[in-house]
Design a protein around this ligand. Sequence first.
Ligand code: GSH
Length: 210
Amino acid sequence: MLKLYTAQVCPFAHRCRLALTFAHLEHERVEIDLADMPDWYRHISPNQKVPLLEHNGHRIWESAIINEYLNEAFPDRNLLPQDPLLRVKFRLAVDWAGNHIIPTFYQVLRNEQADAAERMHKAIADMPQWLSLEGPFWLGDQPSLADAAIYPWFERWVALEHYRNFQAEWPARVQTWLEAMRNHPQVQQEAGDPKRYVSGYARYATPAKV
Ligand SMILES: N[C@@H](CCC(=O)N[C@@H](CS)C(=O)NCC(=O)O)C(=O)O
């Protein structure tokens, strides 16, 4: 039995929701209120965060580790291609996004570093070299853990547009990827409400005055 503790607003939890859905894995979901995290959840969550996966009585946390576990525990679900070089491409892309797109997303949102927007424009311009040439998905013609790991921040881009008027100039290959993702039925199944992303990020974008 698989159970995912998740929160709709959380991009890290979104990674695991996408992986479970891409893999067609039957599971239960428990929505955790991050604004008022229940004590019972604090007791079971080793890092006090979502996502958390339970599988046959075992607990697994950290989104990237959960998705790696799903890939290894259910190898027939093709979450990653077999080709070792495509797996390298997956790891390099996730590493790159983790160093460039993801931290910069929050820096732009919080408006806390003068050069963050400029660095984000550069990361977007660099992005095509990390995607497969053929596409339309990150590693080829099927969505994989690479898409699951990186797309959640792009679905939340509306928050950067709303709070910072950040207008990205997507290179053609990135535009193709975004459209393929937005139109994919399983991605749509997991899609959040843009208005909820905007309201959910208000506390990051407009910190309380002290
Ligand atoms: N490195 C963690 C990050 C998870 C994370 O930061 N989750 C946030 C929500 S997006 C959280 O649960 N924060 C706890 C809180 O808001 O109290 C992962 O990849 O799973």
